[in-house]
Design a protein around this ligand. Structure first.
Ligand SMILES: C[S@@+](CC[C@H](N)C(=O)[O-])C[C@H]1O[C@@H](n2cnc3c(N)ncnc32)[C@H](O)[C@@H]1O
Length: 236
């Protein structure tokens, strides 16, 4: 394991800084808005089998359960999964379930009709491997939403803020955090598209934010909805 992977699992662990670093964001985040966005973007029905990829502390999966949707979450942080289970409402008929797993090697019991990877952290992730791993767990015709940071947003941020730890590797399209030795990939839309087509998905829709605005150089997010059109048969 590289020190980057170690520091990443520490970051999301019990003594890690993830929840603290995002305290203001998480307090002010409007979960109902996220949920409404996901329902519209993925045409979610209460009868759908739904997977929350890298579900963290379960803020979306638990909110979905309160609205009558059954969502299963997967994440590699034992600590965040324990928080997610603790935060589940006891009174509901529908209960979100949580499984400890690395998104690069998902082999879940169920196949899903809908899935979302919301507010993704791509640090140290082999993206084509994750796409293939998600394919394996989806039903044919299933839809997946990938919500990622925008390369345009990060470049514009770095150009307007003095940074000591963060540099952008323009050759490999990666943000490097020198302090904790992390590399975060920022693939272009074209790169994503070729990974989707070679891993059994067809791109259906691209938007630049949660208000469905058009993807452009001013977009804060790159959000893609894909459709499973072929089953991955090779060993991942
Ligand atoms: C920025 S958080 C977002 C969590 C959640 N989707 C949300 O919106 O609150 C990123 C999540 O990805 C998880 N994660 C990162 N790399 C992972 C991997 N390789 N396998 C599984 N989970 C991973 C982290 O534990 C964390 O919960």
């Amino acid at each position: 394991m590289s020190s980057g992977v170690n520091s990443l699992s520490k970051y999301y662990g019990e003594f890690g800084k993830y929840l603290k670093d995002h305290d203001v964001f998480l307090r002010s985040a409007n979960i109902n808005k996220d949920i409404d966005f996901l329902i519209k973007a993925l045409d979610l029905k209460k009868s759908d089998s739904i997977l929350d990829i890298a579900s963290g502390q379960g803020r979306h999966a638990n909110a979905f359960a309160e609205k009558g949707y059954q969502v299963d979450g997967v994440d590699f942080s034992k600590y965040l999964l324990a928080r997610a289970k603790k935060d589940r409402s006891k009174k509901l008929k529908i209960e979100s379930t949580y499984t400890l797993a690395n998104v690069e090697n998902l082999r879940l019991e169920n196949k899903y009709q809908k899935a979302y990877w919301f507010f993704s952290d791509l640090a140290n992730i082999n993206i084509p491997k994750v796409i293939a791993s998600i394919n394996w767990n989806m039903e044919m015709g299933g839809k997946v939403l990938f919500d990622t940071d925008s390369i345009f947003r990060i470049v514009s941020y770095l150009q307007t803020h003095d940074q000591t730890n963060l540099i952008f590797d323009a050759f490999n399209l990666e943000l490097i955090d020198k302090k904790i030795n992390l590399r975060v990939p920022y693939p272009t839309l074209g790169m994503w598209n070729s990974w989707f087509t070679s891993n059994g998905f067809l791109m259906e829709r691209v938007v630049g934010n949660y208000d469905f605005s058009e993807y452009s150089i001013s977009s804060p997010r790159l959000i893609m909805v894909v459709n499973k059109t072929a089953q991955i048969t090779r060993v991942i």
